[in-house]
Design a protein around this ligand. Structure first.
Ligand code: ZN
Ligand code: ZN
Length: 1007
């Protein structure tokens, strides 16, 4: 060949190679060239779900970001014009919690003392810092995005769009304040919404388990006994619930659920207890003033734990709160927002719910109300951000009613293509069960809710920043961005009565921030394009993102495809759907790829404290990005991935086959002489078809967004290329056969293009090694291969031939014969297509003849199925077993007859094995039998092959070039092998073989 190819080391250094490619892409502006090349082409719209710019990326993020990049690169190779805008999630509780930690702030009071303006500044700094870190990690992973034009959800533009959404919600009458019992994080001082609750962990926690007497009024010496695990709720008790149709018994003055077979002084149905009044456990506490405690009826009382009598505190429990509405009960909220007992609620005033436990238990004991106390370990919900155990509080929160949007969202979901498809049903389940959307958080650095309720009853909702400016009566001059504290100083005039009104202090749920992105970042309803118009407010200076115009939105909405992890079903997928269905009645995405969780390689969750966590930086450094990407693509997205150094090592090992194939080509091409490629041989034509088959399979897998098939198809192709084409063509490469070289190079180049989206670095590197001078400089500037013709018949023949050879190897392995031992005969049954390739089978399996026909060299081996036959035959079993073992049986009616007994098919275990002198293997309707009898000729040939192997190893050890010729000196004892001198010379590139050296072992010398 005229061209000289850069030579390759024996193994790739993935990390070094990747850094070099990254620098080269930067230098060449490859990504810009690609975008330029595709500009104006057909559009394929991808919308990036934002990553929280709050911590470095984790390896689980790298999974999703790999999938996004794989499909964007694929579509780019196909010429699609695309958007590459990355998104950062920038505000809300998660950022606040990290900033609090770094500043050593522990409560909301601490934040307020620190100052909201300063706190907001620290939050912004943190976002800027980690946005940079993540960008760097993403680049290193190989992700091509429009860096520096990211969208930041805390920009004024984004916030303004959300305000517009909230106004639309209000106009539909869906916005309301709910006085509700809600899970509450006492550390974060805010309620936890339904989707946040699912994001938190349930931990095994130990709590007190108390049995407490509630003495009945007007029934001296009788008391109800209730069970509770939350002593702090007792001072808020207002009722006790019984199941009306359950039976209760009185014993030693205590009423509890009656158990069968036990003696009681009296037994009644729950119904009869309803309405009785009792003395509450903390009647002296001021908060209990005027409360009448009574027994109520409740069908849902759980009977298999506790006493069947349930203590009801509507201010501290969800079901309790619901009951308060039915029965008109008082609602006493015993704790403040940091989870401390409020004044007036008994002896534990000012203490946290944990600290209150002992004080309350002691107090009950002293007053002889405590029947029994112990502990219980149970699964208990914790805060998803800070891990603090949650409590219940009744608070006022803002909600969006979702009943009207539920069905339209379900209908829209039916049009979405989900991968894997069962996630569609998960989304449906979520939508059917979703409660109203709790959108308010009693926090600081978040979306300011634009709600201005007036005493006159009017709820003013501001729909945009412009509207705020227009309606402001004070404070607008100091409004540097749409965040607290500045926004709190702006007042507006009530639209109904004209009075000045203030904003509510609450901020919004972070999923509002991310959910508006398909509108805010694409310029929905924006009359004209504004340069840098998206990078406003807190995002100013962090990004150069434009605010496009409405026409742009129309051309990129909805997204053709999005991809995020499975949890996003109730988070981002849900919020973008909710907002889009509300605003325009259309789904914002046509197709979704979603995926499960990332675990360590042994299937355990990764935790820093368990020492099994791997950081993304660490993984990128030691595995390399391509290997990580390979692992991610190989994983079935519908199952948890097991990620770690073990699997990464395995991938590196497998990638070597490709590397070695390219290296093989380079090594031979560089020493071959210039020459015209002659006629293609059948094997060349097969490889050409095989590449076309690969292109078809890969295209199909990309179109289905199914990455495991990409890996499976590619690996099977590389196996065929290396272990069939190259193996079978070795001799031609030695001879510098131009047709073989051209065919191999062409196959390698084409296969690199179709795998490039999965492992961009290695593909680019090898492409640059193999590419033609004057061709595209980067593999990513090459067009996706056109679908060429392929010879299906030939593909099927070779596939079957390879199966025959594989089975032949299996048979050989069972015979324990060495691989280099030639054999006389192979019988093949059930592989008619491989008949054309008899000579290949002969060579691969080192057999002299291949016969196609029925394999008779097997015999049945039948054993008793003991669990069935044992009981049936009893003492006779021994005789039957012996007969079967001796082969003394007949086949009758699909069963067997031995020692005078008929045995049905399932009473025996049947196996087909090779007869003496034969090795047999079968699978998928194909059977091969290898004649293992040796003779003198076969034995000599074995020695020749051993010698060739030994001499070639010596060549390598001596560091000889591929083209170097040698002189071989054999020991006298090997002189009978000279009969095969030509064969040996040919295989080891020898010019002469001598036996006159008198040495004990063969020797070689450069000729
Ligand atoms: Zn918390
Ligand atoms: Zn008013």
């Amino acid at each position: 060949m005229a061209q000289t190819f850069p030579s390759l080391p024996p193994v790739p250094d993935h990390s070094a190679l990747e850094r070099e490619i990254l620098a080269w892409w930067d230098e060449q502006g490859t990504f810009d060239k690609l975008r330029e090349q595709n500009r104006g082409g057909e559009r394929w719209s991808f919308i990036d779900g934002p990553i929280t710019a709050n911590n470095p990326m984790g390896v689980h993020h790298a999974w999703g970001r790999t999938l996004k990049d794989v499909f964007q690169r694929y579509k780019a190779l196909r010429g699609f014009d695309q958007r590459y805008q990355n998104g950062f999630d920038c505000q809300g509780l998660w950022v606040e919690v990290e900033v609090e930690k770094s500043l050593g702030l522990n409560s909301k009071r601490d934040i307020e003392e620190y100052g909201l303006a300063e706190f907001a500044a620290r939050c912004k700094e943190r976002v800027a810092e980690y946005a940079d870190v993540i960008t760097e990690q993403d680049r290193r992973l190989g992700r091509w995005m429009d860096w520096d034009n990211d969208y930041h959800t805390f920009s004024d533009t984004n916030i303004s769009y959300i305000w517009g959404f909230l106004k639309a919600v209000h106009e539909r009458g869906w916005l309301y304040t709910g006085h509700r019992a809600t899970e509450w994080c006492p550390r974060c001082g805010t309620s936890i919404s339904q989707h946040e609750l699912y994001a938190g962990e349930y931990k095994e926690l130990e709590h007190p388990s108390l049995y407490v007497r509630f003495p009945l009024k007007e029934r001296e010496d009788e008391a109800l006994v209730v069970w509770t695990t939350t002593p702090w709720t007792l001072p808020a008790n207002v009722a006790a619930a019984v199941k009306p149709d359950a039976e209760y018994g009185l014993r030693e003055g205590q009423w509890r659920l009656a158990h069968e077979g036990e003696d009681y002084d009296r037994k009644v149905e729950g119904e009869e207890l309803v309405g009785l009044e009792y003395a509450g456990p903390f009647d002296e506490a001021p908060a209990q003033d005027g409360i009448v405690h009574r027994v109520i009826s409740w069908d849902e009382v759980v009977l298999d734990e506790g006493t069947g009598i349930v203590h009801i505190a509507p201010g501290a429990g969800q079901e309790d709160f619901e009951l308060s509405r039915v029965h008109g009960l008082d609602v006493l909220v015993p704790i403040d927002e940091s989870g401390r007992m409020l004044a007036g609620f008994g002896p534990a005033e000012g203490l946290s719910t944990d600290e209150a436990e002992d004080v309350i238990i002691e107090d009950l004991r002293r007053r002889e109300l405590l029947v029994e106390s112990g502990t219980i370990t149970h699964r208990y919900p914790t805060c998803w951000r800070c891990g603090t155990p949650l409590v219940f509080r009744v608070v006022d929160d803002w909600f969006i009613a979702c009943d009207e949007i539920r069905q339209p969202m379900l209908d829209a979901n039916a049009t979405v293509q989900w991968t894997p498809d069962f996630y569609s049903k998960r989304m449906d389940d979520w939508l059917r069960n979703m409660g109203d959307w709790n959108i308010s958080r009693k926090r600081y650095f978040g979306l300011p809710l634009p709600l201005y309720p007036c005493d006159c009853g009017e709820l003013n909702v501001i729909g945009s920043r412009a509207e705020l400016e227009e309606r402001a009566t004070a404070g607008i001059d100091q409004l540097q961005e749409l965040h607290r504290p500045w926004i709190d100083d702006v007042t507006i005039a009530c639209s109904a009565c004209g009075k000045d009104v203030h904003r509510i202090p609450e901020v919004g749920d972070a999923w509002l921030d991310a959910g508006i992105v398909p509108f805010s970042s694409l310029g929905w309803n924006n009359p004209e394009w504004i340069e840098h118009g998206y990078a406003t407010g807190a995002a100013k200076g962090l990004s150069g993102a434009d605010l496009p115009d409405h026409e742009y939105w129309e051309s990129w909405f909805p997204a053709d495809w999005i991809s995020e992890m499975r949890e996003q079903i109730r988070l981002w997928f849900y919020s973008i759907s909710f907002m889009s269905m509300t605003l325009i009645g259309k789904t914002p995405y046509k197709a979704v790829l979603t995926y499960e969780k990332l675990l360590d390689e042994h299937g355990r969750e990764m935790h820093r404290s368990w020492g099994n966590a791997i950081s993304a930086d660490e993984a990128l450094d030691s595995m390399g990005a391509d290997v990580m990407r390979w692992l991610f693509c190989e994983a079935n997205p519908g199952q948890n991935i097991k990620f770690g150094y073990g699997p990464a090592h395995e991938v590196k090992r497998r990638l070597l086959t490709l590397w070695n194939s390219v290296k093989f080509f380079v090594d031979y091409a560089n020493v071959s002489e210039d020459g015209e490629a002659g006629e293609l041989e059948p094997l060349d034509r097969w490889l050409e078809s095989r590449v076309e088959q690969l292109v078809a399979e890969m295209t199909d897998a990309y179109e289905r967004f199914w990455t495991p098939d990409l890996i499976a198809s590619f690996e099977s192709f590389v196996d065929d290329l290396s272990n069939w084409y190259i193996r079978r063509s070795r001799r031609r490469f030695w001879d510098g056969d131009a047709a073989a070289l051209v065919t191999l190079r062409h196959a390698l180049l084409k296969s690199l293009v179709v795998i490039a989206p999965v492992m961009p670095f290695l593909a680019e590197h090898l492409w640059r090694v193999l590419r033609s001078e004057g061709g595209p400089e980067s593999i990513f500037l090459v067009a996706w291969p056109e679908q060429g013709e392929r010879d299906e018949q030939l593909l099927a023949e070779v596939a079957e031939t390879r199966r025959v050879v594989d089975l032949g190897r299996q048979a050989r392995a069972t015979s324990q014969l060495p691989l280099r031992q030639p054999l006389r005969r192979l019988v093949v049954q059930g592989a008619e297509l491989s008949r054309q390739h008899e000579h290949e089978i002969r060579e691969e399996l080192r057999v002299k003849e291949v016969e196609f026909g029925e394999v008779e060299a097997t015999e049945l081996r039948v054993k008793p199925n003991l669990p069935l036959l044992g009981p049936k035959l009893g003492k006779e079993l021994g005789a039957v077993r012996a007969a079967l073992e001796a082969g003394d049986f007949e086949q009758v009616n699909g069963g067997f007859r031995a020692a005078g007994h008929d045995l049905s098919e399932n009473e025996v275990l049947v196996e087909r094995v090779g007869r003496e002198g034969w090795a047999v293997a079968h699978g998928d309707g194909l059977t091969v039998a290898l004649d293992t009898t040796l003779d003198a000729e076969l034995e000599v040939e074995k020695r020749v092959l051993d010698l060739i192997h030994e001499l070639n190893a010596m060549r390598r050890d001596a560091g000889l070039e591929l083209t170097d010729r040698i002189v071989v000196t054999l020991p006298q004892g090997a002189s009978d092998l000279l009969e095969h001198a030509d064969w040996i010379k040919d295989e080891v590139l020898a010019v002469e073989i001598r036996t006159d050296g008198g040495s004990e072992v063969p020797q070689i010398a450069k000729a």
